[in-house]
Design a protein around this ligand. Structure first.
Ligand SMILES: Cc1ncc(COP(=O)(O)O)c(C=O)c1O
Length: 376
């Protein structure tokens, strides 16, 4: 069990005494400043949200929550953990809940990193975990993706040494939408030192179609040093409600929970989560809607002979043949929000999968802003 908690909590206290200031809390969420979508608001293709929103039973659960708005979540926390434990075939003490899965990533950073320790991650990847790591004063070690934009797991395993508290694998990866296969993951898990916690971010798990993919919950079942983060924000369409969770050994779940704020989820979010898990239709329906639209987008991009990275998630990266930076404003002027620039992939635009109508509007805007012959 990778659980040198005493050393770590001690190191955290030292960090706090050294004056880690609140001002260092990373400002992660540029999308938080994006205008809200209303009937006449912009088309939001910037944050990998699900345009279809929560399922009907979840919305009904939300509608029934007015009477408990004055109440702390209480036993609904236990109900949610029990439902998730049943889903994954683990003990309820192996589930840790978060205010979104980004909160779970933060807890993992706090629990398993400390000043002087290292975190290994791909470049580019979802950056929350690296942002939070700055607060713990851990050193980030970034391992470039392979030429086909996938995690270089052998290089990442090699980068993990005795001082590495965490290695973060985003599978599928944001922003590239690429995956690592089950066998690759198996080999990786076997190579990483047991003292290093492998943090698997499976936010987009339900959208994967590649048959070689396997969740770390299957591949690494029984490994003490694996933590899996999942979210209700994507397939369940609940990004605004803020509910995510981690699955870990009981000891690691407890270590992470010690870093959680009290009552970090609301009764409304939890009840919606329970209702979503009980709805057998929501995952296949949303997956079909989103993946069919992704296939339509590929066909349009192919028609234009544009270069893109085939994605296993609800977003796609395409090569626009020039700096993506200024394009955001051009799309915004046409009523569409698109992904930000990723500095290590400056010519690649990330666009989230919206409804078919929204994607048609995106293609029209794209053809206006970056004519096909200008794209790479
Ligand atoms: C890979 C990945 N992990 C985690 C998150 C965080 O999602 P949330 O905090 O809404 O669960 C996101 C959000 O876009 C993401 O792309």
């Amino acid at each position: 069990m990778a659980e040198p908690l005493t050393r770590r909590s001690l190191a955290r206290l030292v960090g706090a005494a050294a004056g880690v200031s609140l001002l260092e809390t990373p400002r992660l969420s540029a999308r938080a400043r994006a205008p809200e979508a209303g009937p006449s608001g912009p088309i939001r293709l910037n944050a990998n949200e699900n345009p279809y929103g929560p399922c009907r039973p979840a919305l009904d659960a939300l509608a029934g929550c007015g009477g408990v708005a004055s109440r702390y979540p209480g036993s609904v926390i236990d109900e949610t953990k029990a439902a998730l434990a049943r889903l994954h075939g683990v003990g309820a003490d192996q589930i840790v809940l978060g205010c979104g899965s980004s909160d779970v990533l933060r807890m993992a950073d706090s629990a398993f990193l400390a000043p002087g320790m290292r975190i290994v991650a791909a470049e580019p990847t979802f950056e929350a975990v690296l942002g939070y790591a700055k607060v713990t004063r851990a050193e980030a070690v970034k391992v470039p993706l392979t030429p086909d934009f996938r995690h270089d797991l052998p290089a990442m395993a090699k980068a993990c040494d005795g001082s590495t508290g965490l290695v973060y694998v985003c599978n599928p990866n944001n922003p590239t939408g690429t995956i690592v296969s089950g066998p690759e993951l198996e080999a990786f898990v076997a190579k990483v030192p047991p003292s290093c916690v492998i943090l698997m971010d499976e936010a987009y798990h339900h959208l994967v179609e590649d048959p070689s993919y396997r969740s770390a919950l299957d591949v690494a079942r029984g490994r003490d040093n694996v933590v899996v983060a999942r979210t209700f924000s994507k397939i369940y369409g609940m990004a605004g409600m803020r509910l995510g969770y981690g699955v870990a050994t009981a000891a690691n779940a407890a270590a992470m929970e010690r870093c959680a704020s009290w009552d970090n989820t609301s009764q409304a979010a939890l009840r919606m989560g329970i209702a979503s898990l009980a709805d057998a239709e929501v995952v296949p329906r949303q997956r079909r809607l989103l993946n069919d639209t992704r296939a339509w987008l590929y066909a349009e991009l192919d028609r234009d002979r544009r270069r893109y990275i085939p994605s296993q998630a609800n977003f796609v990266m395409l090569d626009v043949g020039r700096d993506v930076g200024p394009l955001g404003e051009e799309f915004r002027a046409r009523g569409i929000l698109v992904g930000r620039k990723f500095p290590s992939m400056p010519n690649w635009l990330r666009v989230s999968i919206g409804t078919p109508e929204q994607m048609a509007a995106f293609m029209t805007a794209l053809r206006g802003i970056v004519p096909a012959r200008a794209a790479a």
